[in-house]
Design a protein around this ligand. Sequence first.
Ligand SMILES: Cc1cc2nc3c(=O)[nH]c(=O)nc-3n(C[C@H](O)[C@H](O)[C@H](O)COP(=O)(O)OP(=O)(O)OC[C@H]3O[C@@H](n4cnc5c(N)ncnc54)[C@H](O)[C@@H]3O)c2cc1C
Length: 365
Amino acid sequence: MRHADVIIAGGGVIGLFCGWMLARSGVRALVVDSGGPAATNAAAGMLAPSFERSLHGGGDALAAFSAQSLQRWKEIAPLLRESGGVDIDFDDSGVLCVAMDDTEAAIFQADADKCDPLDRAQVLDLEPALSSSARCGWMARGNGQVDPRRVRLALRRAIGAAGGAVRLGRRVNSIESGKAHAVVLENGERLHAEQIVIATGARLGGLGDLPADATFPIKGEALAVARSGAAPTRVVITGKAYLCPKADGRVVVGATEIAGDRSLNVDERRLRDLRAAAEAAFPALDGAEEIERWAGLRPATKDGAPIIGPAPSSPGVLYALGHYRNGILLAPATADAIVALVATGRAGSDIAAFSPARFNELGVS
Ligand SMILES: Cc1cc2nc3c(=O)[nH]c(=O)nc-3n(C[C@H](O)[C@H](O)[C@H](O)COP(=O)(O)OP(=O)(O)OC[C@H]3O[C@@H](n4cnc5c(N)ncnc54)[C@H](O)[C@@H]3O)c2cc1C
């Protein structure tokens, strides 16, 4: 692509979704990705906003944006599967939250108004392989999951099919904003565009005008075991672990939350604890072959909200990062917002709370 209307720095789920939606709207979009580690490849892929609030907080604006994005996933998943030519393992058959003891029951109860409460017999009816010591549960209808690695592959292909482009293995070193906008790659190449979107996940890397720590990594470790006969049939969340059965035969078990560790090493003891929690919920997983273990860096922000909108003092530059625990879920709504911003220059009220300006005005950082 000789000249792009919009260049997106970062090709995780956020940058790619923005690139695809922009290309579909007729914008010449180019995604440039360094090929470095991506949180997207580490994600379990849950589309499960219903239990985020009681367990992990987040304000009303984020809850509404999450619900909006879940709805967009339902509309757009078939199109992405078709355009990308990849089965993205989309499933919206519901997420089951299971309390294994009274403490967990009290925590999950906070979201009970949005979900269907189930007694032990009903929970076991839905998931017969669940331990009979499960206490009770809640079903979040319409929540679900995708396979994030497949989504990433599908998006890369769908961008090309929609007239956009993806350049892999190229790091954006700096951004020039002013009369003309350009990104400068690490090999010195300068690419011009009308607008630039920074979607680099947990690393701002000096790009744009936000404080360096506006987004910062919170590490998460997870593992995948082979699905045996008596495994969960849908996403199951307990207080100590979640289990996501994937179409390829894996059960992804996650995840830890480690602040202040930017490494991608995995800790043996923490993974053992995760696995023990999964086996306590589904005893038949005891002895299941471990297929993979990994760590990824969630792009966190201090107030828990993503950063979506125009750069405070760099014309032509937009941000789309800081999606922390829910970037897969929030990708479609984020891309909608970026498409609207590129077209009109104005941010909708749904993303007012995510404005990059809050870091300067309110000193969030
Ligand atoms: C263990 C774990 C489990 C998770 N589970 C879920 C889940 O179930 N559901 C959910 O919704 N979310 C989940 N998440 C969170 C989710 O993974 C993230 O919120 C999301 O992937 C962020 O996407 P992103 O595109 O912003 O960042 P990333 O996926 O990190 O992508 C950023 C990309 O930009 C590239 N890059 C960085 N700097 C530059 C540069 N200067 N130039 C060019 N490219 C650059 C990087 O190499 C990378 O490819 C999980 C995260 C972890 C770690």
